[in-house]
Each structure stands twice: as structure tokens, then as C-alpha cells.
Design a protein. Structure first.
Length: 445
């Protein structure tokens, strides 16, 4: 496969033409009476027309046929996709999942859409307020099938296996340790090359932004130029048996047939596009004296709520870095949080838990549910010599953190059969070290 091209930047106004059709973007206007190459013009609006310029998002697509050329949508099997947050009762316990099992291709062919499993979520799709966390488990490419989501944006975190994603804006190759965002309404189809697994954060009604940097200044964390946008690519392909367009609308799946590939956009311009980002490019900031900065320092992208500083969901990573804090318990601190914290592991070993939390698994620490290092980690870190040390080399853990109270689905709690019933035991060996008659810690640094 020839190396794919990308445009660099976050949220920019971009313009792209498939090089096979030079001049395919109309000059000086969006809607000529007849478009170059006799294409159709179609606007994709990702924000209300009247949003302020800073949040206004739309793109113009110049395509062989407009998206409207299709048979009616009909309801299809929902599989394990749901937005019913009352399937089972709430559970305040710390939850941890073993790696979610990928179906074997020799047993059952499963593509990205049929392999979607909703794990947890909250909020209301109809009022555009909330989120869902899905796990995708697949082994087969989508064949003459594409998907688009009317409900929200997908932030896709591949964990095992790379994804070749065809979109209306062009092609992206997304490998584990990279992420991509496919925003509401964008049609895409995914090729996979092995048994493939990953995580999806879906947010309703808002789009991901780079976090504000405050006193950090103009640079740092995820830098805008490291985000990559595909370049225009089209196929003029008839599909005699019909091409299936799958739509998630109000949480339900629908399908319609059309006779051509939907990836027939010859040129596009605008600021509403899919994009990808390599997590290796994250510029890590942390304490260089003592104590911890809060994990918000690791925020890659945020989907803001209307309350200042409060996110519908943040995407946070724990990348390789130096640990240098003096006189400090260096692993993550013990914590109770008004936010809900879902964690996943792309590779390696998470610093606060050496066993049990494995690549392809997950954990959920819900609102005000206590969590923190296991007993072994506490004992070791309390006695460790505090030299500068590398932390998390070869590891990438991440967190979807939300201000909403997440409900876990029946699949998450039961059907997946991956819930680790023994998770709580990792804290049971924690013992009191209290010395009421001596303020000076004994045997510690
Ligand atoms: Fe926490």
C-alpha cells in the first residue's frame, strides 16, 4: 500500500483535491451553477449554522453523486449496540475487565460495525448530551458497507491491529498507539488485517477540542500540527449487489442500499473533517520538584460541557516519561473523584497495577468510588529510592474521564464474561502503618 498523505493541523480550514482531477474545487464560491467535472456540491454541517466562528464547523464536498441517492433506511439487528442505560441496575463498585475476547475469524466473520459492543454510557441521545464507551472486536474488513453516526463523534483507540479507514475525505491508516476521530455524520468503512480490538469514546452533540493550556503557554501537550487530516480520494465504483450504508440514529442501527460507493468525493474544503493523532507526539508535562500535578495534565482532547472546566469527556493518556519528584509517593495518588474514570491499556503495564489490568481490558472507577495503587505498589513505592527513573516505557494507558455517571450495560457486566470478580482483592492486603507515638516514618526515605 502506497504511503498515505495527510494535511497537518487541528481544526484548520483545509482544501483538498484528488490529484486525478485538478481544479475540481470551485474557485471563489461554493455552489457554482455547474461544478467542475460536473460534480455535485454537498455541505456537511457539524455545527449549527449560527455558531460563533470559533465553534462553527462545516465542510463542502464535491462528489460524483450526492449522499441522498439511496433506498430508504430500514431497521437492522442492533447486535450489542445500545443506549439503554437501565438494562441492569447501577453498581458503585470498582470494576475491572479482563481483555475483551476477539472472535476468531475461523469461527465467525465479524466486521467493525457488527463488532461494536457498548460497555457503558450516560445521558440522552435525543437531547445531544452524553456519551457512550464502546469496545470493538472484529476480524474482517467491512465489505461494501460503510457506517455513519447521527448521534455523535467517535474517538477510536485501536489496541490490537491497524485500521485502514476509508472516509469521504480520504484514507487514514491508524495503528495502535494512534487515535482517530470521526465526527458526526461522516461516512467511513474500515479494513482490518488481523483479529482486531479497540476502544471508542462516543460523545453526543459536542466535538473534541484541544484543552486550553493556561499558564503552560502556547505549546505543549498535544500540539496542533501533529493532528493529521486525510487528503481527497475518490472511487467511481458501481456496486451491482448494492452498497450498504449503516446509520446509527437515536442509538439504533439502520441500513440502506445504494448502487455506488459512498467514497466518491473528488474534492472537499472546510474545517469539519476526520483526523488522526500519534500518541507518541504528546509533549508530557509533570512535576519536576515534588508532588503530583493532577492527571488533567495528560489531557489530549476534551469534549466540553456547558459548565466551564467540566467535560462531557476528556481523553487522557499516561505516556512514557521521567519520574523525578523528590520526597514524593510517585505512583498515582489514592483518589475519590466526582468524575467517572474509565481506563484502558493499549500496551505494556500500568504503573499503579502490575497485574490484572491488561492490554485490551479496562477498568471503571465511578463517581466517588475510591481507587488507587494496589497494596504491592504502595509498599514498593513507599520504600523506593527516589532517583530519576523512566516511567511507563513501552506502555500506553489511557482514560476516558466524564462528568456524567456512567451506567454499565448488560454486555459489560454479564454477557462479555470478562468482568474480574476479584478486582477488589488487590487492595485487601493494604495494612495500617500508623505509628501514633512517632511522627517520623520508620524505614522510609
Ligand atoms: Fe482517579
Amino acid at each position: 500500500m502506497a504511503e498515505l498523505m495527510y494535511i497537518s493541523g487541528f481544526g484548520n480550514e483545509c482544501a483538498s483535491e484528488d490529484p486525478r482531477c485538478p481544479g475540481s474545487l470551485p474557485e471563489g464560491q461554493n455552489n457554482p451553477q455547474v461544478c467542475p467535472y460536473n460534480l455535485y456540491a454537498e455541505q456537511l454541517s457539524g455545527s449549527a449554522f449560527t455558531c460563533p466562528r470559533s465553534t462553527n464547523k462545516r465542510s463542502w464536498l464535491y462528489r460524483i453523486l450526492p449522499s441522498v441517492s439511496h433506498k430508504p433506511f430500514e431497521s437492522i439487528d442492533q447486535g450489542h449496540v445500545t443506549h439503554n442505560w437501565d438494562e441492569v441496575g447501577p453498581d458503585p463498585n470498582q470494576l475491572r475487565w479482563k481483555p475483551f475476547e476477539i472472535p476468531k475469524s475461523s469461527q465467525k466473520k465479524v466486521d467493525f460495525v457488527s463488532g461494536l459492543h457498548t460497555l457503558c454510557g450516560a445521558g440522552d441521545i435525543r437531547s445531544n448530551n452524553g456519551l457512550a464507551i464502546h469496545i470493538f472486536l472484529c476480524n474482517t474488513s467491512m465489505e461494501n458497507r460503510c457506517f455513519y453516526n447521527s448521534d455523535g463523534d467517535f474517538l477510536i483507540v485501536p489496541q490490537k491491529g491497524k485500521l485502514l479507514i476509508y472516509t469521504e475525505f480520504g484514507k487514514m491508516l491508524v495503528q495502535p498507539n494512534e487515535i482517530c476521530v470521526i465526527q458526526r455524520g461522516m461516512r467511513f468503512s474500515i479494513d482490518v488485517f488481523e483479529e482486531t480490538r479497540g476502544y471508542i469514546l462516543e460523545v453526543y452533540g459536542v466535538h473534541f477540542e484541544l484543552p486550553d493550556l493556561g499558564p503552560i503557554g502556547a505549546n505543549g501537550l498535544a500540539n496542533p500540527r501533529d493532528f493529521l487530516i486525510p487528503v481527497a480520494w475518490y472511487e467511481d465504483r458501481q456496486v451491482p449487489g448494492g452498497y450498504t450504508v449503516i446509520n446509527k440514529y437515536q442509538g439504533k442501527l439502520f441500513a440502506s442500499k445504494q448502487h455506488v460507493s459512498p467514497f466518491n468525493v473528488v474534492a472537499w474544503h472546510g474545517n469539519y473533517t476526520p483526523y488522526k493523532y500519534n500518541l507518541e507526539n504528546f509533549m508530557v508535562i509533570n512535576s519536576v520538584a515534588f508532588d503530583h500535578a493532577d492527571p488533567s495534565i495528560f489531557t489530549v482532547l476534551t469534549a466540553k460541557s456547558v459548565r466551564p472546566g467540566v467535560a462531557i469527556a476528556d481523553f487522557v493518556i499516561f505516556p512514557p516519561r521521567w519520574g523525578v519528584a523528590d520526597k514524593t509517593f510517585r505512583p498515582p495518588y489514592y483518589h475519590r473523584n466526582c468524575m467517572s474514570e474509565f481506563m484502558g491499556l493499549i500496551k505494556g503495564h500500568y504503573e499503579a497495577k502490575q497485574g490484572g489490568f491488561l492490554p485490551g481490558g479496562g477498568s471503571l472507577h465511578s463517581a466517588m468510588t475510591p481507587h488507587g495503587p494496589d497494596a504491592d505498589c504502595f509498599e514498593k513505592a513507599s520504600k523506593a529510592k527516589l532517583a530519576p527513573e523512566r516511567i511507563a516505557d513501552g506502555t500506553m494507558a489511557f482514560m476516558f474521564e466524564s462528568s456524567l455517571n456512567l451506567a454499565v450495560t448488560k454486555w459489560g457486566l454479564q454477557t462479555s464474561n470478562c468482568l474480574d470478580e476479584n478486582y477488589y482483592k488487590c487492595w485487601e492486603p493494604l495494612k495500617s502503618h500508623f505509628t501514633p507515638n512517632s511522627r517520623k516514618p520508620a524505614g522510609l526515605n
